[in-house]
Design a protein around this ligand. Structure first.
Ligand code: B3K
Ligand code: ZN
Length: 873
């Protein structure tokens, strides 16, 4: 397989204005007829009188040009294309192909999920449906006529508006859909099934009535309320915050159980992994409710950032994904808690994106080459892309940023554009020069900021020397400095923010946060008029996606944790402190924990005034994987031991306070998904976790009672998790009972699998191997694979990285089994192996051997090939 390069981009030789599709749907074989109106692209730079369309796994039945069937000498069918010779500048091409949805295990193109048929076209799935110019810069108007058996497939959906329907004589029926908005092929969708809809409506700001429908299998009708509420919230928010109104008269969401990722923003017909639609308090946790709200919002927001304005080519993926993630993050921050949202987003960034940046798959937010684009739906394109938009929003300020996005929507509506076009709108609306800032799109790697602070009593000056440095990444040995916002505050002895006055500035800022703009590799800043040595609070709100190191004592961290006016930095100070204690414990198992730490923890637990959700975040120890990232060589077992020890010590030392917190935050009344209630549950279950590690008899009794008596899945799962990690008879009984109760609910069963796969107990891998043979396990079901295999490999550092390499062997075996079925899922799994350089020589050798074993397999997909081969480069 060969890479494709951004610098080879050429505009399409032909454009397609209109597409009329007709489907005779049947799982075994579906006939697809396409009528395409093509014309030569005036902007094309070359052309040789032929047209070459993409197509994969299509059986061509007939083909006609301007109404005349073509002779075999006039066209050529290859494995991935159809070339037609000697075409005029403007013509109509008609084809009919045969495809086989029931045998489509890759779940790209048209496939079967349970009893329904559905599509997934992004990025390059449309070419598995019909011959086409399957690239995002070819935007066309579509109609789709769907014909299927009326009993099996009473509901037939596609993009846009339903314009006609009738019954045929043979028991089939026919429905025609027309989408008035031009779109790239990756946004095409169709669904056929025996579905029921929950319906509602939304009145837009300009007074238009939009019909809202969520389609599910009949038994799931009672799990759609939260999704519908989330959708309406998102529609309103996008009007208020970005001035974006919905544009069709109908918006549909369909929940399907077999889906490669989270959801898909097809125009007017979003298709969702049912995990991000279905929720009832007794079946879904707070984390699930949260995921549904933000994924529904994310896909809805794509209607403007992705659909109306799309990407010129797939290198520009972050144009729509980074911006849309930024939008959904802001949505959640506005409708829930801004502070908690920022913390959880930074957790994700640090644990997924920073690690990716430090891996052989490191790539810029705008990659410059790929072998398989599906490998680039990454934390870098999504989460770092969102950070890059966030930095621009912060550099411009809210009003100017809003002007800039308004300009972007006005200037590029209906176009396929680049990240550069986006930045140009930021520049044009603000008058700022963002040329250096563009490096964020071009250079991979996480910048490291090292800040040295000093205070001079004589001049009452606090100086900051700021150094930035970015390690080389594959293909980019030398990095130029980034332009970045560094938000800082200085705390006085009483814990309050001091007025900040830069040397030379005429008047001080008000006390609070000051944003410094960095541009050089080394820069010095002097703050004057400071009566005493301040404690600096740096990178407030995580103002740039960098790794920060600065010289500060444990006491400084305790001080920031207690006083910083920036909630994010209070949390971060606590994390840094806990990280220090834990890494000390890894080095020396006998190292003590200072009394001041327990005191601070106790004070926090007793602080009735603070937000419960924030408190739960502050009091959560850093994850084992995150601690590993902070070490030169990951000490898998040492980290597990240290973290378990500190958890137990907290449980023992703070027993009474933890029990009080547990009791005070119990459930009263029916389940509510409010930030307040979610925060209470999080704090209560965190307390229970510490107590359980201390092997407290009262805690065990409470945990069992919670498992048996809770009415919401959040509390049930928290208790089950703790019982499983503890092991023994109680664990077995709880698992059996849970299975009996929920075996009919696939999404709940996923939790049953993953709670076992992520347990740190020694027997976990043996257990996981047994579960692979469970009648409810199937490699053909991505959610199940994720809940068992991916959960074990990605969320269980201590067992996956067992020193004997059994975890690695298990993973490689699964990759080899999955690759012929579903390369996208197989390739995601390989990513768990590629950070082998971070481990000791023994583990390194074992991991490399498994990657090599994967690469030896003939006929490996290009998805897996790309990741595995880059891993060994
Ligand atoms: N745009 C889709 C992701 C498509 C992934 C293709 N392999 C969902 C989203 O980001 O909203
Ligand atoms: Zn997206």
């Amino acid at each position: 397989p060969h890479p494709i390069f951004l610098h080879d981009y050429q505009p399409p030789e032909f454009l397609i204005d209109r597409v009329d599709l007709a489907f005779e749907l049947d799982p075994e074989q579906t006939m697809v007829t396409a009528r395409l109106e093509l014309r030569r692209n005036p902007a094309a730079t070359r052309g040789d009188g032929t047209v070459c369309l993409h197509g994969e796994q299509l059986e061509l039945e007939w083909i006609a040009l301007d109404g005349h069937p073509l002779n075999p000498v006039d066209y050529r069918v290859e494995r991935e294309s159809l070339t037609v010779q000697r075409v005029p500048d403007r013509f109509v091409l008609e084809t009919q192909v045969r495809i086989h949805p029931a045998h489509n295990t890759a779940l790209e193109g048209l496939y079967q999920s349970g009893d329904m048929l559905c599509t997934q076209c992004e990025a390059e799935g449309f070419r598995r449906i019909t011959y086409f110019l399957d690239r995002p810069d070819v935007m066309a108007r579509y109609s789709a006529t769907l014909i299927a058996d009326k009993t099996r497939f009473p509901v037939l959906l596609s993009n846009g508006n339903r314009v006609a329907s009738d019954d045929l004589d043979d028991g089939r029926h026919r429905v025609r859909w027309e989408d008035p908005f031009p779109k790239p092929s990756y946004l095409f969708a169709l669904v056929a099934g025996d579905l029921r809809a929950v319906e509602d409506s939304f009145t837009t700001a300009s007074g238009r009535e939009v019909a809202l429908q969520i389609f599910v299998e009949p038994h799931n009708l009672d799990k759609c309320d939260h999704a519908m509420r989330s959708l309406k919230k998102a529609m309103r928010w996008d009007e208020e915050r970005f001035g974006r109104e919905y544009d069709l008269d109908i918006f549909m969401i369909v929940a399907v159980s077999h889906f490669n990722m989270g959801a898909m923003e097809n125009k007017g017909l979003n298709i969702f992994n049912d995990k991000f639609v279905l929720a009832r308090p007794d079946t879904a946790t707070d984390v699930d409710f949260d995921g549904i709200e933000s994924v529904i919002a994310h896909e809805y927001f794509h209607n403007w950032t992705g659909n109306r304005i799309t990407c010129r080519d797939w290198f520009q993926l972050s144009l729509k994904e980074g911006f849309t993630v930024y939008r959904d993050q802001e949505f959640t921050a506005d409708v829930a808690s801004r502070g908690v949202k920022r913390i959880s987003d930074v957790r994700v960034l640090r644990s997924h994106q920073f690690t990716e940046d430090a891996s052989p798959m490191a790539h810029p937010v705008r990659p410059d080459s790929y072998i398989e684009i599906n490998n680039f739906y990454t934390a870098t394109v999504y989460q770092k892309g969102a950070e890059v938009v966030r930095m621009q929003a912060n550099l411009l300020g809210p009003e100017v940023f809003r002007r800039a996005t308004d300009l972007y929507f006005a200037r590029h509506d209906g176009q396929a554009v680049t990240t550069d076009d986006f930045v140009r709108c930021m520049e044009d609306a603000s008058g700022r020069d963002l040329s250096q800032f563009r490096r964020w799109y071009e250079q991979a790697g996480t910048p490291e900021l090292h800040i040295q602070t000093s205070y001079d009593e004589a001049t009452r000056t606090c100086s900051l020397i700021v150094r930035q440095h970015t390690e080389p990444t594959p293909g980019q040995p030398v990095k130029a400095p980034f332009h970045l916002p560094l938000a800082i505050g200085l705390l006085g002895p009483d814990g309050r923010d001091l007025p900040l006055r830069l040397a030379g500035a005429s008047s001080p800022d008000a006390p609070g946060t000051h944003v410094l703009e960095l541009r050089q590799a080394v820069e010095t800043f002097h703050f004057v008029d400071l009566p005493a040595r301040p404690v600096p609070s740096l990178l407030r709100g995580f103002s740039a996606p960098v790794k920060l190191s600065f010289d500060c004592t444990d006491d400084d961290l305790l001080f920031l944790m207690a006083h910083d006016s920036d909630g994010f930095n209070r949390w971060d100070a606590a994390q840094t402190l806990m990280q220090r204690l834990l890494l000390n414990l890894v080095e020396d198992a006998e190292a003590g924990i200072p009394e001041s730490f327990f005191d601070a923890f106790r004070r926090a637990l007793r602080d009735e005034a603070s937000d419960r959700a924030l408190l739960a975040e502050v009091l959560t120890l850093p994850a084992e994987s995150y601690l590993g990232e902070q070490m030169a060589v990951v000490d898998v077992d040492g980290i597990h031991r240290a973290r378990t020890t500190l958890t137990r010590l907290i449980g023992e030392r703070l027993r009474d306070d933890l029990l009080a917190v547990y009791r005070d935050n119990g459930e009263s009344g029916p389940y509510a998904f409010t930030p307040e209630a979610v925060g209470r549950r999080a704090l209560k279950n965190l307390a229970l976790g510490y107590l359980m590690q201390a092997e407290d008899a009262e805690a065990l009794a409470r945990c069992q009672a919670q498992f048996a008596g809770a009415h919401n899945m959040t509390d049930v799962m928290a208790a089950l998790r703790l019982l499983v990690d503890r092991g023994g008879l109680e664990s077995r009984q709880a698992l059996d009972e849970f299975y009996r109760r929920w075996s009919g609910e696939s999404l709940v069963l996923d939790k049953w699998f993953s709670v076992q796969a992520t347990s740190p107990r020694e027997e976990t891998l043996t257990q996981v191997i047994q579960l692979m043979r469970h009648p409810d396990f199937s490699l053909g079901h991505p959610n199940r694979v994720r809940s068992l295999v991916s959960a074990f490999c990605n969320l269980n550092q201590v067992r996956f990285h067992a020193a004997d390499g059994a975890g690695y062997r298990f993973l490689a075996d699964r990759v080899l089994e999955l690759d012929p079925l579903n390369p996208l899922i197989a390739s995601r799994l390989v990513k768990s192996l590629i950070r082998w350089r971070r481990f000791d020589p023994g583990r390194q050798a074992l991991m490399r051997a498994e990657i090599a074993r994967i690469l030896e397999r003939e006929d490996i997909s290009k998805d897996v090939f790309e990741v595995a081969s880059k891993a060994l480069d």
